[in-house]
Design a protein around this ligand. Structure first.
Ligand code: PEP
Ligand code: MG
Length: 624
């Protein structure tokens, strides 16, 4: 245990006396960190979200300084700024408490070292000098909360560093600690991506407490060898984006940020779900073998590119790609995708302070539609809400945040409440619709009236564009509905009368059916798209569409799992949309199947009511 020391002014709080906390720098100087040559391998496991092996140096993002543009406020805004500060402090306390709750998985020595540190952080996020000072600056100097926190932290750090004390390292540590807490507060206050990902060295293994979808949108797949995080769930949007970008990734690794430090050598196995810090020679050799096998497999799968996705008995299956950011476009061609089954347009709205106007949207859609030639491009209108943060909208639509964002003003609900957003997006999509094979998709539909109302707006926008002299196709592109809530699935027969096609979003469907947040590590073990409740809802929606001969596809993550192909085909699906890198393996599965076998198999699965038995049946398919 680290010997108690005077906390000094930096961590002075009004709370009860606490055992002294070790400083962040001490943590970095722990025997393991100080002597990597003798360090033993430390293997941390998490959720495998994106396959692939990587060997590289850790790039720990948690120490990056968030950029804080200085902002002044008016006197009338001071109260609101103080409220923002209190909210950010509460959020920061929650984050640190969560990290503390996860210490149990670490070796005892590490727990003893870290627990007091995190306790001290929690105290500093209470009624500390830092927060009192920042509050005062808001009122007296009329500064925005983040500017006030920055200035107060710098003032405290300067006082500490100027102290007459021979223990210069100790002073540095204390100043660093104040700055660390200030950084967390500022990150939470500005709600901008936690870190600048620009400086990440090529080939690095990115380690972070959490990566938001907006952060993931900034990743350059060629630069990053792998990603590991402490937080997140397997089908959260961050995980989806990492898979789509083909970046090996493991998330939900407890103890990761405490254990990994910048520059540490590591091996990540995205399929095995682990990161090995300071790998042994044996681990390294196995990873190198894995890399070679991976390259071979890629060549083998590449040969499937030009072959049709056709079952043994001649049924053609449409295999399309989901696209989250334009950087993935080259991967679609390599994978042999037959179009885009889901273009998530959120990327256009992320990481910016203002909304993209109609022309900006037109150029983004045009680039994608052009790249896809005659293949279909299904453009989903903005699906904001839940875990996706869009700062540009957060300010103008504060009510969307609400106490329970996943059940609030999400997807089509927000767009119908703010029809000008929908009109602008419809107009941009319609303007590129003569150039390719476009379809339009509505997210988070729960009642038929939402589709009807959206269609009225769609047609009104088309009339206005025609009056303006824009040339549009005689028949407007099909307008479809996502089926991603139990309500929509059970009302699918009614929604089918309003929509031109269905795309079943199994990620949200599983989340809402099972009441399990898809991005939350603590309930990840309950998130199961093979739960019979989810499958029955899917079946209901698929049959409603098939009765009307209406196109229906699955575009949730289930579609990209080759093991689930027999079940999905057996349920009647002939169109699947997935991350591009999953297409070759899914095609391989399709080409080995017979539709009658699939139908028989699906009947057996649908007779089961126990999720574990369904999983077992799926795993054993073809072996009995
Ligand atoms: C889904 O919910 O399954 C889906 C495809 O939409 P998203 O993952 O973007 O929420
Ligand atoms: Mg969804």
């Amino acid at each position: 245990m680290v010997a108690p020391r005077d906390t000094g002014p930096a961590v002075k709080t009004d709370g009860p006396a606490k055992p002294e906390a070790p400083r962040p720098e001490e943590r970095r100087r722990s025997p393991r960190a100080a002597a990597p040559a003798t360090a033993t391998e430390q293997r941390l496991t998490g959720i495998p979200v994106s396959p692939g092996i990587a060997i590289g140096a850790v790039y720990d993002t948690s120490e990056e300084v968030a950029e804080t543009p200085r902002r002044a406020i008016t006197e009338a805004e001071a109260d609101a700024e103080r409220t923002r500060l209190s909210e950010a402090a509460a959020q920061s306390r929650k984050q640190v408490a969560k990290l503390k709750g996860r210490l149990a998985v670490l070796p005892e020595e590490a727990q003893e070292e870290l627990e007091p540190l995190l306790d001290a952080y929690i105290l500093m996020l209470g009624n500390s000098r830092l927060l009192r000072g920042a509050r005062k600056r808001i009122g007296e100097e009329l500064l925005a909360a983040e500017t006030a926190v920055h200035d107060e932290a710098e003032a405290i750090a300067t006082t500490i560093l100027a102290a007459k004390d021979d223990d210069k390292a100790g002073l540095n540590r204390r100043a660093g600690e104040v700055r660390e807490i200030a950084r967390r507060l500022i990150r939470n206050l500005t709600a901008t991506p936690f870190r600048s990902l620009k400086g990440v060295p090529v080939g690095a293994i990115l380690v972070a407490e959490e990566l938001t979808p907006a952060d993931a949108a900034l990743l350059e797949p060629g630069r990053i060898a792998a990603v590991c995080t402490e937080e997140g769930g397997a089908d959260g949007h961050t995980a989806i984006m990492l898979r789509a970008l083909g970046i090996p990734a493991v998330i939900g690794c407890h103890g990761l940020t405490a254990a990994a430090k910048r520059g540490d050598q590591a091996v990540v196995d995205g399929a095995g779900g682990f990161i090995a810090l300071h790998p042994t020679a044996e681990t390294l050799a196995a990873a190198k073998e894995g890399l070679a096998a991976q390259a071979k497999e890629r060549t083998r799968l590449g040969k499937l590119r030009r072959l049709p996705a056709e079952t043994l008995d001649g049924q053609i299956v449409e295999l399309q790609a989901n696209l989250e950011i334009p950087a993935e476009l080259p991967l679609l061609d390599q994978a042999g995708a037959q179009g885009i089954g889901l273009l998530r347009t959120e990327f256009l709205f992320m990481n910016r302070k203002d909304l993209p106007d109609e022309d900006a949207q037109v150029s983004a859609y045009r680039m994608i539609v052009d790249a896809m030639g005659h293949d279909p491009v299904t453009i989903r209108v903005l699906d904001w809400g839940g875990e996706k943060e869009i700062e540009a909208l957060a300010e103008s639509v504060p009510m969307a945040v609400g106490p329970n964002p996943a059940l609030g003003l999400r997807g089509i609900r927000l767009l119908l409440k703010r029809p000008e957003l929908l009109e602008e997006q419809f107009a941009a999509i319609l303007r590129v619709s003569t150039q390719g094979n476009v379809r339009v998709l509505l997210p988070m539909v729960t009642i038929p009236a939402e589709v009807a109302e959206a269609r009225e707006i769609y047609e009104r926008v088309a009339r206005r564009l025609r009056r303006r002299g824009e040339s549009l196709p005689d028949k407007l592109p099909p307008l479809g509905a996502m089926i991603e809530t139990p309500g929509a699935a059970l009302a699918a027969d009614a929604i089918a009368l309003e929509a031109d096609f269905f795309a079943i979003g199994t990620n949200d469907l599983a989340m809402y059916t099972l009441a399990v947040d898809r991005a939350e590590i603590d309930v990840a073990h309950l998130y199961d798209p093979l739960h019979p409740a989810v499958l029955r809802l899917m079946q209901f929606a698929i049959e409603a569409a098939l009765r009307l001969r209406m196109p229906v596809s699955v575009c949730g993550e289930m579609a990209g799992n080759p093991r689930l192909v027999p079940l999905l085909l057996g349920l009647g699906l002939r169109s699947l949309s997935m991350n591009a890198s999953a297409i070759p393996r899914v095609k391989q599965a399709v080409r080995a199947l017979n539709i009658d076998d699939c139908a028989r198999f699906a009947r057996r699965v649908m007779e089961q009511s126990d999720p574990a038995q369904i999983t077992e049946l799926v795993e054993k398919f073809g072996t009995a």
